[in-house]
Each structure stands twice: as C-alpha cells, then as structure tokens.
Design a protein around this ligand. Structure first.
Ligand SMILES: [Zn+2]
Ligand SMILES: [Zn+2]
Length: 261
C-alpha cells in the first residue's frame, strides 16, 4: 500500500494516453467545439475537484480501510472468509453501490443539478469520463467511505476498485468505436463506448439506461439495459439540449456554476 499513488497514477496516465491516442488515430465522432476548449474545461474541472476533495475529506479510502481492519470494524472484519473471496465480494458490492448512486443522481432533482455537469458535455471523449462537479466528487467519496466501513472492505480491494472505476470511465467514454465483432463480445461483460454513449443521449428514455461504469451485469439485473438507441452510434445526439455546443458552455466557470443556475 506504500506505493498506492504510483499504482493509481501509473494506471491513470497509461489508460488515458492509450485512449487519447486511439481517439486521435480513428475518432468515432466529431466534436462541434474545438478540442482545446473542451479539454481545458474538463481537465481543469478534474484538477479543481481533486484539490477540493483533498481539502474537504479528511481521510483517504484506503487509509480508512486499513484503520477498519485494525479495529475490526465492518462486515468482512467480523466474518472470516478467504481473502480472495473478501476482495472479490468487496469490489463487486462497491460496484453495485456506484451503479445505484448513479441512478440516484439521475432520479433526485438536487443531485441531477450536480450530475448534469457530466452530461452537458456536447461531445464525449476520455476527458468526459473525468468531468464531474467537485460537489458530486465529494458526495461520492463520502458515500464510498460509509460503504467501505460498513463492508469492512480490505484496503487492497478498495485500491483495485478505485483503479478499475477510473480506468473503465476513461475506457467507456473514449471517442472510439471498437471493431464490430469485438464490441459484440465485450458488451456481454463490460460497458462499451457505444453502450455508454446511449447513456449520454439527449433523449430521456435513453439517458435513463446503461448506468453501469464497468460491468454490464447490474443494468441487466436491475432492468436498465438498453443495447441500441433510436439512432445509430454515429448520428446519436449526445449532451443536453439546453447546453448546445459552444465555447461558453465549455468553460470551467460555466461548469462550476451550472448546478446553481
Ligand atoms: Zn449519468
Ligand atoms: Zn458518462
């Protein structure tokens, strides 16, 4: 756990670089706003969100997991299961929780004000996968802190989960289209780019589907899976109609103030 930061950063930078390279080589769709404006806004927001989260949340998820294990707090510290099973169950349960958290952020108007910052992007690429309002990030961390404690999840499971969540977000927002056969096989297991773009559709019935971030199972289990949209992946209208593609709608300040307007 001493090398946590290196593991996180290593995966983050590698996956981001691979996705941006693929997007540059063969983009699936074209943006109406220059990439430099969107990237400045999206990466700027990530930076601000990270700093605010760092300053407001007093403890990291893995540090809390270590503390819980030492103190014997939480379900998996009370019942004795093999370590591999505890890790597997912890990661899966945390992932189901994130699925439901995502549905909640769509369902509750106050929370949607925060989450719409993610959906208001007029184009989708890997940078969209990181674009969340600081308040949504902080709320999400607090929910995860409670879940990690209730579960008594081991620190290694928390680290695997965080790296996977981050990696999958970069993967399924990437502006790429996988070869058809590969996509058809992959969508049995994971949320592909085409499936997540349906979640970013301007049509409410399409936005309210494919809530998962990593595996597709929860959407199938809880009846929110939508394999195809009303339009093709190339013509699908993404974003929010009230925030059309413009330089103004792709600025850090607009994104920060969006929930309060
Ligand atoms: Zn959403
Ligand atoms: Zn998204």
């Amino acid at each position: 756990m001493n090398n946590e930061l290196y593991w996180r950063l290593g995966f983050f930078i590698s996956i981001l670089a691979i996705m941006m390279l693929l997007e540059g080589l063969k983009p699936a769709r074209q943006s109406l706003v220059a990439a430099k404006h969107r990237w400045f806004a999206n990466f700027g927001l990530v930076f601000i969100s990270s700093v605010i989260a760092r300053l407001t949340v007093p403890i990291g998820l893995t540090a809390l997991a270590i503390y819980n294990t030492e103190q014997g707090f939480g379900l998996f510290n009370l019942i004795q299961l093999p370590l591999w099973l505890t890790i597997l169950l912890s990661v899966l349960i945390l992932d189901i929780l994130i699925y439901w958290q995502h549905r909640l952020f769509h369902q509750v108007p106050m929370l949607w004000r925060l989450h719409k910052v993610h959906h208001a992007d007029s184009h989708i690429d890997a940078s969209t996968g990181l674009r969340f309002h600081p308040f949504e990030i902080v709320l999400s961390i607090l929910i995860k802190l409670i879940a990690v404690t209730a579960l008594g999840a081991p620190a290694i499971a928390v680290l695997i989960f965080e790296i996977a969540l981050n990696g999958f977000a970069l993967f399924n927002h990437a502006n790429i289209r996988l070869p058809k056969k590969l996509e058809q096989v992959l969508r049995f297991v994971v949320i592909t780019q085409q499936l997540h773009r349906i979640h970013h559709s301007q049509r409410p019935d399409e936005t309210n589907s494919n809530f998962g971030f990593s595996v597709i199972w929860w959407d199938k289990l809880f009846a929110s899976y939508k394999p195809y949209a009303s339009e093709t992946d190339a013509t699908l209208k993404v974003g929010l109609s009230q925030y059309p593609a413009s330089k103004k709608n792709a600025s850090v300040l607009t994104l920060l103030l969006m929930p309060f307007k």
